[in-house]
Design a protein around this ligand. Structure first.
Ligand SMILES: [Zn+2]
Length: 76
C-alpha cells in the first residue's frame, strides 16, 4: 500500500524543482553571453551551469531514492 501524501517527498521534489530552475536560468545566461563575453567569463558561467546541473541531478536522485525506500510514489 502506498502513501498518498508525503511531506518529505514534497520537500525533496520542491528542492529538485528549484535546482532545475536554477540550472535553466544558468543555461539561459550562458546562451545570452555566448560570443559577447570574454573567454574567462564564459568559462566561469559554464562552470556555474555545470555545477547547477549536478545539483539538479543530485536532487532528482534524492527524490527517486526517497520514493524507492519509502514507497510514497503517488502515481501508483
Ligand atoms: Zn515518502
Amino acid at each position: 500500500m502506498s502513501v498518498r501524501h508525503c511531506d518529505e517527498r514534497n520537500r525533496l521534489f520542491l528542492e529538485h524543482r528549484t535546482a532545475a530552475e536554477r540550472y535553466s536560468a544558468a543555461v539561459t545566461e550562458l546562451t545570452r553571453k555566448m560570443g559577447i563575453s570574454s573567454f574567462d567569463d564564459y568559462r566561469e558561467l559554464h562552470q556555474a551551469a555545470e555545477a547547477a546541473r549536478t545539483r539538479s541531478n543530485e536532487a532528482r536522485g534524492r527524490v527517486a531514492r526517497h520514493v524507492a525506500e519509502h514507497h510514497c510514489e503517488t502515481s501508483k
